[in-house]
Write a protein that binds this ligand. Sequence first.
Ligand SMILES: [Zn+2]
Length: 270
Amino acid sequence: MKMYILDLGRMYVDESSFVAGIHGGTYRNQNPVAQWIPFPVLAVLVETADGYVLFDTGCHIREADLPDGYDTPSPFFSSEEQTIAPQLARIGVKPEDVHTIVISHLHCDHAGYLYLFKGADVYVADKELTQAMRLYALRGFGPGPYKAPDFEAFLAADLNWKLIPEGRLETCVAPGVKAISIGSGHTFSMTALYVELPKSGNFLFAADALYRPENLGPPPRIPGLIFDSIGFVNSANLLADYAQEHDAKIIFGHYQPQFDELLHAPEFYE
Ligand SMILES: [Zn+2]
């Protein structure tokens, strides 16, 4: 069994988007300066006895196109080489070799290349897909992290969705790999990935349910960008308990210092 962590580019954001009030004013520092920080976009490929499992797919390269005069709170920087297909190619894998996808949620920095995996089973929380599609059908998407071109590509690719029902904690997708349903918080409904490796130990990929350590706590601190604050705290506590019960290392969704210390493909955990 091998597990590869794929580097799919960088985004930048005001740090308070990840931890609300992290640079709040104080009596002695009444006007603190905002901190603009880089964060990684990542995916995980697990080679199992039943084939490859991919967790997330990164951000489409079109989002790295920043026309003159365009502004955004979270710009994306990447090269074509840093997108999912070339990164898989570095370890000798083609998109058509991957038969199982687990998608944490449908924001653009996670689902941007989902359409490449037409023949695969795509595990996603039922509520995430149906609520995001409902939003898209009723009023389209604004400038937020769900992107209409992504959803158009999902529909055109006729993906083989496997919906994870609310309330089912674990869905086994391959030997030693489980999708963990953690409910609403960052979005309508989030899915984490749990991987048991014989030598390297157990890993729990939290995606944006935990951007970084402050969100985990204890006590959990909510982000500035959030869909459901109570749900976010509940999912943070669920992940903390799950990691403890399974002796798993939590991998944060967008935390550059931790990401820098991980092995990156073509190196692997086993
Ligand atoms: Zn994200």
